[in-house]
Write a protein that binds this ligand. Structure first.
Ligand SMILES: CC(C)(COP(=O)(O)OP(=O)(O)OC[C@H]1O[C@@H](n2cnc3c(N)ncnc32)[C@H](O)[C@@H]1OP(=O)(O)O)[C@@H](O)C(=O)NCCC(=O)NCCS
Length: 193
């Protein structure tokens, strides 16, 4: 699957993307991506090989002009809360986004995420998209709000991605945002008027 926007191409990863991905994953910008850290270009090449089969929900964000990969966007598909149904429909997506810091603040993240949400809602049967972001990650919260997502709540000391210097877990406060398909459709209609 390839998604085109005004300035970007969202496409599956290629082995030749290793150097561009290494550029932004040698020092992951936020703790929640600490486990994605790449320690060498060789590790990046191996990581690209692992991503080759991911063609539906894991995209490189490449510039139309020149083709450089400036970040990535993906989504995890899951069932909604299964309590009322033994075979719940898998219609809920949780996205993840990351840009090379040299390309932030230029509207690329919104452009990519907006096209990605449109794809999930119109082609992949998404009913609800929700995102977790840490309480100090204002850029990601801003992106959620710009996409029309509602702030649903804050989970205090919800998760730990890294440890403190004394080896104890460093817990993060996590904000949850979400948008339903009907809210998305309403918002797009409003923008067309
Ligand atoms: C979260 C993240 C993807 C957001 O990226 P970003 O570059 O801040 O977001 P955008 O691309 O939408 O850019 C926003 C700003 O670019 C500016 N901008 C410049 N040129 C622009 C253009 N042509 N069009 C639109 N905006 C433009 C605007 O000021 C815009 O701010 P506004 O929305 O207040 O108008 C980025 O900060 C990141 O990769 N962070 C590290 C990883 C991370 O935290 N991931 C999420 C974990 S929960």
């Amino acid at each position: 699957m390839i998604i085109k926007t005004e300035r970007l191409i969202l496409r599956p990863f290629l082995e030749t993307d290793a150097a561009d991905v290494y550029e932004y994953l040698k020092e992951p910008a936020v703790n929640c991506f600490a486990c994605m850290k790449l320690n060498s270009l060789d590790e990046a090449r191996k990581e690209m090989k692992k991503r080759l089969d991911e063609t539906e929900y894991y995209f490189a964000i490449a510039l139309k002009d020149g083709g450089k990969v400036i970040g990535e966007i993906s989504a995890y598909l899951e069932a909604g809360e299964p309590h009322a149904d033994e075979a719940p429909v898998r219609d809920t997506f949780s996205p993840c986004w990351m840009l090379n810091e040299n390309y932030q603040g230029k509207g690329y993240a919104f452009e990519a995420a907006h096209a990605f949400f449109a794809y999930l809602f119109s082609q992949k049967g998404a009913r609800r998209i929700y995102a977790y972001t840490e309480d100090y990650n204002l850029a990601s919260q801003h992106l959620c709000e710009k996409l029309g997502m509602r702030r649903e709540g804050v989970f205090l000391e919800f998760i730990s991605f890294v440890t403190n210097p004394d080896g104890t877990p460093r817990y993060e406060n996590t904000v949850q945002y979400a948008i339903l398909k009907k809210e998305w459709d309403q918002k797009q209609l409003g923008q067309m008027r």
